[in-house]
Design a protein around this ligand. Structure first.
Ligand code: FES
Ligand code: FES
Length: 160
């Protein structure tokens, strides 16, 4: 069977069963490898992508469920030569150790800033609460999101 998805603005058709998890199609068929397989059970957030602008766990989302949506992965956010402010802020704050969680963190942070351009630190922590980082870089990640909001023109409260 074939599944057609709209990913990062492009219509893509792949041979896959409709119940195939979106993450598998992104990584295995579309070679979009930013989203990671962590737990496979909607527990860690490493596989987070945006669906119609909202964060979604792609490891447990059947492809058919997102066939008529706009899917955005980290690859659709920015590029090495044209970084999204969030990506730049994560680099500037060195908000990663192994990096495994970072794509999911960035996508959750993107959804937050789209909806709340001036988030407080508490709002950032709340928005990223479902994204786990085993390396313990949460404080730097929160700092990076604060920096990105500032760089994007948001007037935000300082860190608590
Ligand atoms: S891999 Fe999807 S939430 Fe952990
Ligand atoms: S930087 Fe390693 S899991 Fe977050």
């Amino acid at each position: 069977m074939a599944v057609t998805l709209t990913v990062n603005g492009r219509r893509r058709t792949v041979a896959a069963a409709p119940e195939t998890p979106l993450l598998y199609i992104l990584r295995n068929d579309l070679e979009l490898n930013a989203a990671k397989f962590g737990c496979g059970m909607a527990q860690c957030g490493a596989c987070t992508v945006l669906v119609n602008g909202r964060p979604l766990r792609s490891c447990v989302t059947p492809a058919l469920a997102v066939a008529d949506t706009k899917i955005t992965t980290l690859e659709g956010l920015g590029s090495a030569s044209n970084l999204h402010p969030l990506q730049k802020a994560f680099i500037d704050e060195q908000a990663a150790q192994c990096g495994y969680c970072i794509a999911g963190m960035l996508m959750s942070a993107k959804a937050l800033l789209d909806e709340t351009p001036h988030p407080t630190e508490a709002e950032i922590r709340q928005a990223l609460a479902g994204n786990l980082c085993r390396c313990g870089t949460h404080n730097r990640i929160v700092g990076a999101v604060l920096r990105a909001a500032r760089d994007m023109g948001g007037t935000i409260g300082g860190r608590t």
